[in-house]
Design a protein around this ligand. Structure first.
Ligand code: MN
Length: 234
């Protein structure tokens, strides 16, 4: 059976939205994508997790630094408290139930914060000698490389130590949550992927946007295929 994959959506100005790359990639990988609203009702969110086979945390606004015990710095961007609240709950519950999880961009950051990690609120102002992580090239274009640890789920999926990625983030993972390990870095030392330390179930976050790349860089579709595969074994 084709697994149901809940994809968290953005929510602003009274509208919920999701870029087509996400649901098309999940569909192409063999899953059935379902857009998940940032509901306030925790019981409803809990039932949603029961019914889906996997979750995809999508890109979006900054994670509120209050969620990891910091005040907002001047370069913090837009935050969405309702989305943070719903997604942190979804992530913690999904981890408890060992549901397969893929996080993309904001998604990797959200997973890290939900599990107790912290973020750079703004790479340019907090990291020494940073690279450009907010590319102005086309969205599908791989503007920098990441180096992938050989001993990782990510390496087993992509089969390569050096992977070309796009980059649209000014936040990044800082202190990695205890349950996670960093498995890919850019040249300036920014964490570009994390996964579960225990490896008990599929839990992977990537800082780039594979959903914008897979048509041009077919390798990137493997991330969605890995999620769908894990979700169909659940
Ligand atoms: Mn980057």
């Amino acid at each position: 059976m084709r697994p149901l994959i809940a994809i968290t959506c953005s929510f602003t100005d009274g509208r919920m939205f999701l870029n087509h790359g996400y649901y098309e990639a999940v569909e192409k990988a063999g899953g059935i994508p379902v857009g998940a609203a940032p509901l306030r009702d925790k019981e409803a969110l809990s039932k949603l997790i029961d019914r889906v086979d996997g979750l995809l945390f999508s890109g979006g606004p900054d994670v509120d630094p209050r969620r990891f015990g910091e005040n907002p710095k001047p370069a913090l961007g837009e935050v969405n408290p309702l989305r943070d609240e719903a997604e942190i709950f979804l992530c913690r519950e999904a981890v408890k139930r060992k549901k397969p999880i893929l996080g993309i961009c904001r998604g990797i950051q959200l997973i890290n914060v939900a599990l107790g990690g912290t973020l750079y609120q703004d790479i340019q102002s907090e990291v020494e000698k940073p690279m450009k992580h907010s590319q102005q090239a086309p969205r599908w274009y791989a503007s920098h490389d990441v180096v992938v640890s050989r001993d990782s789920l990510l390496f087993r999926i992509l089969g390569s130590e050096r992977v070309a990625v796009n980059s649209f983030h000014h936040q990044a993972v800082k202190d990695v949550a205890e349950a996670l390990k960093p498995v890919a870095f850019s040249q300036d030392g920014i964490v570009e992927a994390v996964e579960s330390v225990s490896g008990e179930f599929f839990l992977l976050g990537v800082q780039w946007h594979p959903e914008e790349m897979w048509q041009e860089y077919p390798l990137q579709l493997k991330l969605f295929e890995a999620l769908v595969q894990a979700a169909s074994e659940k």
